[in-house]
Each structure stands twice: as structure tokens, then as C-alpha cells.
Design a protein around this ligand. Structure first.
Ligand SMILES: *[C@@H]1O[C@H](CO)[C@@H](O)[C@H](O)[C@H]1NC(C)=O
Ligand SMILES: *[C@@H]1O[C@H](CO)[C@@H](O)[C@H](O)[C@H]1NC(C)=O
Ligand SMILES: *[C@@H]1O[C@H](CO)[C@@H](O)[C@H](O)[C@H]1NC(C)=O
Ligand SMILES: *[C@@H]1O[C@H](CO)[C@@H](O)[C@H](O)[C@H]1NC(C)=O
Ligand SMILES: *[C@@H]1O[C@H](CO)[C@@H](O)[C@H](O)[C@H]1NC(C)=O
Ligand SMILES: *[C@@H]1O[C@H](CO)[C@@H](O)[C@H](O)[C@H]1NC(C)=O
Ligand SMILES: *[C@@H]1O[C@H](CO)[C@@H](O)[C@H](O)[C@H]1NC(C)=O
Ligand SMILES: *[C@@H]1O[C@H](CO)[C@@H](O)[C@H](O)[C@H]1NC(C)=O
Ligand SMILES: *[C@@H]1O[C@H](CO)[C@@H](O)[C@H](O)[C@H]1NC(C)=O
Length: 569
């Protein structure tokens, strides 16, 4: 009798906990992650992308200060998939020796990234389109992707060939579509996965990564993005926006852009044509968004699914006299669209907090109750959990980094040779605090510094540190610009090699006792001596790759602020 009772009890408990765990699994949200390629922030607007605006922005939240941690495809995507800064994952380029899929695998990441965490947490995972650079027609079988239940990955050298998309399908076969438009094929794979996911009985993640509006790239030549035939006549009267930074009469900024000559009308016409083709290539991406949202609605999963729309990095067409491309820390290269709808997100809302692509990986992992094997650099965004709302208060800063001196596609198109030297090693800190403070601070590997007050100079034409000598010390008593720079350089020194929770905090790393909790407080005169005495961020050289020993000094604990009178007492 006793035995039967005990047995009954444990069976009962087993049943209860089984039910509870399946209920928990069922109530966990799904994710549809749509990532465009090289789309800048400004083109994600209601005119160019009406479906994105209607389905996602009007039913969700539009993040207006969302940034890429490295302004080039593969390093940014790895940043998302590992929720880490470039200096943490160290996949810093699109090609070997420092980047691409082979480097990603060599770092041991193929078994330890968002899809594998999600699968371990009970999710069914799917991915179609561009994963990262270096998935090729040669290596897809010998170096297969892991972590996805189904996958169809675009393969180099055909990744950016709009009419011959070539995929590794489920690591089993290579399929190419010479007569179909790449974005449409990716859409169709995505819709198929969505159907399977919805009937899988598991919560799911579906990644959909079209190449639009990336440049068409064949045989190493970058040319205009190719629109779908049905869109090629649209936007006939559009020209690249004539911001104050578009092909300006006066050169400014760091030597990287200051040395670029002003463009003549022939070249400007060419840039306008390129820009139009970007808008046209985005039409199929917008249709994809429409098809995906309708399918999710039809399948009855819309209410418990986060639909996320973003891009890997941003893009310039003519700003600062530049040729089409990315890779710098200027706003036109690092600011990307992010629009999210789903459970708990307000409709038709806007969020001006500063967020990074690495935060998105952390947020999805958190909302899925997945368990990464290490402390993520990224912050959990406010939509994922009530507890995360506290951390959202710290959504004031972003770090962009770069360590590439040779990169295919840094400067694209027929006039690439006008685009300046390909020297690109820098760190950029973006910080926005309330309405008052909004700055972009950059240190280049040349020792040049740039500081822009984004509230009055959002196009970054007036470098407040233009007259400093290379790597000069900073003296807060000399000017407001140096006062600001001494604070921002101190924060950068702290963040530039941060890992895990240290990356998610800002002021507490410098002031563990809480004497300073904001930029506003840090600007007080009484902190001049502390900030001016900090060692300054430095690069020994501009060579390719991230070598920490060539970027000393690095932050050390002895640099925190210590109140000397407390020690004396
Ligand atoms: C997001 O908000 C910004 C700023 O208001 C706006 O310019 C942009 O068009 C919005 N994006 C969408 C997709 O509605
Ligand atoms: C299309 O891609 C396949 C590889 O998937 C390749 O063998 C073929 O030559 C390509 N066709 C064209 C016209 O480039
Ligand atoms: C490719 O295009 C053909 C002809 O329009 C169409 O029948 C087919 O469904 C398309 N395939 C994919 C995968 O989009
Ligand atoms: C997805 O893959 C995981 C790991 O192999 C497996 O446990 C799960 O059953 C799969 N789900 C579906 C829907 O195929
Ligand atoms: C404009 O500049 C381009 C690139 O330097 C050059 O090839 C072209 O001849 C110039 N056109 C005119 C009209 O000067
Ligand atoms: C830099 O020096 C030039 C020439 O003396 C001066 O006109 C300019 O205002 C200075 N710029 C800044 C940001 O201090
Ligand atoms: C900073 O500038 C002030 C005012 O010009 C000067 O008195 C002071 O000596 C400078 N400090 C350093 C460390 O150079
Ligand atoms: C990044 O990779 C380079 C080259 O493999 C290596 O020398 C360097 O130590 C790595 N950096 C970190 C922080 O691991
Ligand atoms: C340092 O501590 C003393 C004694 O508590 C206090 O009066 C002083 O304000 C503190 N200084 C700073 C800069 O916080």
C-alpha cells in the first residue's frame, strides 16, 4: 500500500513536471529574424519599404539608434550570432586569415553560437540565405554548418549574383537558380521553413537573409545591385540624398576621407544610378517581409512570434565624397535599421536608446531561455524580459571597431580607385545620454581623433578635435572638446578589450563606488584630473588583424577612481 502510494506520488510528480515543462516550451516565443545585406538606416522608411513600415513599424517598435559592432558583413554577423564584440570573437574580416567561415570554424564557434544554444533549449532552428562570407561551393560539404534543423546557405562565389543564387541545401546538395531572383528564392525557402516550424511542435527560430541591397559581385567586380526584373523601372527620378555631407565642397574629417577629391558630375550621376538600384533591390526584400508576415498570420503563430528586421552593416553612397561601400565608423556606415514586433512590444512605438547588433543575439537567447556557455558581451533589450528593463537604462553607448587593411568591397564600383586608401583600423564610441549629450568619438590607427556633436552635426562635418596633433594628451582645461574627449577616451580604454558583463556597464567600471553614473556627472570640473591622467587609447600600427599587444595600454583595475581622502582616513 505504502509502496503503491509512493509510486503514485512520484508518477504524479513526473506527470506534473512533464506538463509544466511542455507548457513552458510551448509558451516560449518564436523568432523570425530577417537580415538584409548592407542596408543603411535611412532607406528603411515608409516610402521605400511600405510593407516593413506597415507590418513591423506600425505593429511594433522602431529602434532609431541601432549600430553594427564592425561595419562589414561577416564580423557583424558573427557579432550577432555570438553576442560578442569583434575584439572578443576575433573574426575580424570577411576573408582568411582573420575572417570568414573558415576562421569562424577554426575558433571553435560552430558548436557554440545562437543556433546551437537555441536547439539545446528545445527550439527548432532554420536558416536561409547568406550566413557569412566564406561559405563556398568548395567547402559546403567538407565544412558543413551545424545548429540548424534545415538550412539553405548561399555560397561564394555566387552569393552576390542576383540571378544564379547557389545554395547548400541541408548540407546535402548544391542547388543553383540561374533563372530566379535571389531574394525571391530566399523568400520561398523562408516560407517553407516557416510552415515546417509552425507544425514542429517546438518553439522556433527562422533566419531569413536575402542579399539585397548588396552590390552585385561576380569575379571580384562590384557593380550596382541588380533589381528583380519587375522592379527595374521604379524610382526613376530618385537621387542619393543631398545631405550636407554629400560630396561636400570642403574636405573635413580624418585623412581617410579628407584626402578624397571632390567628385565631378559624371561620378555623381553614377552614384545616383547606384543608389536607385539599391532602392529597387530593396523592393523584393520588402515583398519578402510582406509574405513572411502574412504567412505567420495564416499559420496562426503571429501572436507568439517576434519578427525582427535589421541589416548587418550600413552603407555610404557619396557621403564625405566616398564611393559606395562601408567599413568606417561614420554614422552612414554603422547605423542600421531595427524594427521588431512581437509579444510585449508596443505598437507604432519608437525607441531612441543606443543598441548594438550584439545586443540582439543576447536578447533572443534570453527570451528563449537558452543557456550560452559564456557570459555574453551583448545587453538584453527591454522587450525580452521585465528584468531587462533595468539594464535598458544603460542603453546609452555602443562600440564599433575595425582592424582591416585589406578588404574586398571596402570601396565598390567603377570609380573605386577614387575612394581613398584602404586603411581602416579604428575604434568608435557612440554615446547618447538624454537629449543633451549625443557624441561620436573615434580614434584611428594613425593617431587621428574625431569628435562630433551629433545634436548639431549629425552628418559629421565639423570635427571638434581637428587641430590636435597625433596621439596628443588631452587636457580638459583647454577646451570643451578636449574635456569631452578625455571622458570618452577613458570609456573607450575601458571598453576596448571588455568581456561579458563589463561590456554592458559603463560608468560603474570606472567608478565602482558610484561617484559618477553618467556623462553629465563626469563632465564636472572635479573629475578633470582623473580623466586627464588616464592612459590614452593607442594603436602601434595599422596592419591587418587584431593583436592586443600592439594596442597597449589596456584597461587595468588599478585605473578605477579611488577617493584618496577615504584611503587617508
Ligand atoms: C523609424 O523611425 C524613423 C525616425 O522617426 C523614421 O525616419 C523611419 O522612417 C521609421 N522606419 C519605419 C520603417 O517606419
Ligand atoms: C551558376 O552557379 C553554378 C554553381 O552553383 C555554376 O556552376 C554555374 O556556372 C553558374 N552559372 C552562371 C551563368 O554563372
Ligand atoms: C523560379 O522561377 C520559376 C518561374 O517563374 C517558378 O516557377 C519557380 O517557382 C521559381 N522557383 C523558386 C525557388 O523561386
Ligand atoms: C531539430 O533538431 C534537434 C537537434 O537535432 C532535434 O532534437 C529536434 O527534434 C529537431 N526538430 C525538428 C522539428 O526537426
Ligand atoms: C570625372 O571623373 C572621372 C574619374 O576621375 C573621370 O574618369 C572623368 O573623365 C571625369 N569627367 C569629367 C567630365 O571631367
Ligand atoms: C582649427 O584651427 C583652425 C586654424 O587655426 C581654426 O580656424 C579652427 O577653428 C580650428 N578648429 C577647431 C575645431 O578648433
Ligand atoms: C592644461 O592646460 C592648462 C590651461 O592651459 C595648463 O595650465 C595646464 O598646465 C595644462 N595641464 C597639463 C597637464 O598640461
Ligand atoms: C586574434 O587573432 C590574432 C591572429 O590569429 C591573434 O594573434 C590574437 O592574439 C587574437 N586576439 C585575441 C584577443 O585573442
Ligand atoms: C571623498 O571622500 C570624502 C570623505 O568622505 C568626501 O568628503 C569627498 O566629497 C569625496 N570626494 C569625491 C570626489 O567624491
Amino acid at each position: 500500500m505504502m509502496l503503491v502510494l509512493q509510486l503514485g506520488r512520484s508518477l504524479w510528480w513526473l506527470l506534473v513536471s512533464l506538463l509544466a515543462s511542455t507548457a513552458a516550451a510551448r509558451s516560449r516565443p518564436n523568432f523570425i529574424y530577417i537580415i538584409a545585406d548592407d542596408q543603411d538606416y535611412a532607406t528603411a522608411n515608409p516610402t521605400v519599404m511600405p510593407h516593413l513600415h506597415h507590418h513591423l513599424a506600425q505593429h511594433g517598435t522602431n529602434y532609431t539608434r541601432f549600430y553594427t559592432p564592425m561595419s562589414v558583413c561577416c564580423p557583424s554577423r558573427v557579432g550577432f550570432l555570438r553576442s560578442q564584440h569583434g575584439h572578443s570573437h576575433n573574426v575580424t574580416n570577411v576573408v582568411l586569415p582573420f575572417g570568414g567561415w573558415t576562421r569562424f570554424v577554426a575558433q571553435g564557434y560552430r558548436k557554440d553560437w545562437l543556433p546551437s544554444w537555441l536547439q539545446a533549449a528545445g527550439y527548432a532552428t532554420y536558416y536561409t540565405g547568406k550566413l557569412m562570407n566564406g561559405n563556398t561551393v568548395q567547402n559546403w560539404a567538407s565544412s558543413p554548418v551545424q545548429g540548424f534543423n534545415r538550412s539553405s546557405l548561399l555560397l561564394d562565389p555566387y552569393t552576390y549574383v542576383y540571378y544564379n543564387a547557389s545554395f547548400a541545401v541541408d548540407n546535402e546538395k548544391l542547388v543553383s537558380y540561374p533563372n530566379n531572383y535571389s531574394t525571391d528564392v530566399v523568400r520561398d525557402f523562408g516560407l517553407e521553413y516557416l510552415e515546417q516550424a509552425a507544425s514542429s511542435g517546438q518553439p522556433f527560430f527562422v533566419g531569413i537573409a536575402p542579399i539585397g541591397p548588396h552590390a552585385q559581385t561576380a569575379n571580384g567586380v562590384f557593380s550596382d545591385p541588380v533589381p528583380a526584373h519587375r522592379h527595374r523601372h521604379l524610382f526613376a527620378d530618385e537621387i542619393a540624398p543631398r545631405k550636407a555631407s554629400f560630396n561636400p565642397a570642403a574636405a573635413s574629417g580624418a585623412s581617410y576621407i579628407r584626402d578624397i577629391a571632390r567628385l565631378n558630375d559624371t561620378v555623381v550621376d553614377y552614384l545616383d544610378g547606384w543608389y536607385r538600384n539599391r532602392l529597387r533591390a530593396l523592393q523584393a526584400v520588402d515583398e519578402l517581409v510582406d509574405a513572411v508576415v502574412r504567412k505567420a498570420e495564416h499559420l496562426g503563430v503571429l501572436d507568439n512570434t517576434y519578427i525582427i528586421y535589421t541589416s548587418d552593416n550600413s552603407y555610404t553612397v557619396g557621403e564625405h565624397r566616398r564611393q559606395p561601400g562601408k567599413t568606417t565608423g561614420y554614422e552612414e556606415d554603422i547605423r542600421v535599421p531595427l524594427v521588431v514586433r512581437g509579444p510585449g512590444l508596443a505598437a507604432d512605438a519608437r525607441n531612441d536608446g543606443v543598441h548594438s547588433n550584439i545586443d540582439l543575439g543576447a536578447t533572443i537567447a534570453h527570451a528563449a531561455q537558452a543557456e550560452p556557455s559564456y557570459d555574453l558581451d551583448g545587453r538584453v533589450m527591454d522587450w525580452a524580459a521585465p528584468a531587462a528593463k533595468r539594464e535598458a537604462g544603460t542603453a546609452t553607448h555602443h562600440l564599433s571597431e575595425f582592424w582591416v587593411s585589406q578588404v574586398g568591397g571596402a570601396v565598390e564600383g567603377k570609380y573605386a580607385s577614387l575612394g581613398g586608401k584602404v586603411l581602416s583600423k579604428y575604434r568608435t564610441l557612440r554615446i547618447k545620454e538624454g537629449a543633451q549629450h549625443d557624441y561620436a568619438y573615434t580614434l584611428w590607427c594613425t593617431g587621428e581623433r574625431e569628435l562630433y556633436d551629433m545634436n548639431v552635426d549629425s552628418v559629421q562635418m565639423d570635427n571638434l578635435l581637428a587641430n590636435l596633433t597625433l596621439y596628443s594628451p588631452l587636457n580638459s582645461s583647454v577646451s570643451d572638446a578636449q574635456k569631452l574627449a578625455s571622458r570618452l577616451d577613458g570609456l573607450l580604454l575601458n571598453l576596448k578589450a571588455c568581456q561579458g558583463s563589463l561590456c554592458r556597464r559603463l560608468w560603474a567600471n570606472l567608478f565602482p563606488e558610484g561617484e559618477v553614473t553618467s556623462l553629465q556627472e563626469a563632465l564636472d570640473d572635479k573629475w578633470h584630473a582623473y580623466f586627464d591622467a588616464l592612459p590614452r587609447v593607442h594603436f602601434d600600427n595599422c596592419r591587418d588583424g587584431y593583436f592586443p599587444a600592439e594596442e597597449l595600454p589596456v584597461w587595468r583595475n588599478e585605473l578605477v577612481y579611488v577617493n584618496q581622502s577615504l584611503i587617508a582616513a
